[in-house]
Design a protein around this ligand. Structure first.
Ligand SMILES: [Zn+2]
Length: 118
């Protein structure tokens, strides 16, 4: 072993966050907003690209269940960062319904851009 001359760089230990951040809605408020958007879009995935096509080839058509496994259920999708635009549309964000493939895979993992319809 060669002795080190410089100390190992360590990232500072992060303090644990309090339960609910300032400006963040309670679980009940998030649930109400989720239900509101679910009803508005009829439980369907609304994520489309600039040409109006689903974001992912495996996109699920039709009504998705509100609950269930992450692969099968309907997703509430925030089009803008929650920190800056807020959690609800009343706060200034835009929310859409999504399926697993369009939301998690195409949008988050592949970085595909969602066309904002509203
Ligand atoms: Zn989809």
């Amino acid at each position: 072993m060669i002795p080190r001359r410089t100390p190992l760089k360590r990232s500072p230990v992060r303090k644990k966050r309090p339960g609910v951040r300032k400006g963040q809605p309670t679980n009940a408020e998030k649930e109400a907003e989720r239900n509101r958007v679910y009803d508005r879009c009829g439980g369907q995935c609304e994520l489309r690209d600039e040409e109006g096509n689903p974001l992912h080839p495996k996109h699920i058509f039709g009504v998705l269940p509100s609950n269930g496994s992450i692969f099968e259920r309907w997703h509430l999708v925030h089009l803008h960062g929650k920190r800056r635009f807020g959690w609800t549309e009343a706060d200034g964000n835009t929310l859409l319904g999504g399926c697993y493939w369009c939301h998690i895979v195409a949008s988050h993992q592949q970085g595909k851009k969602i066309q904002e319809v509203r």
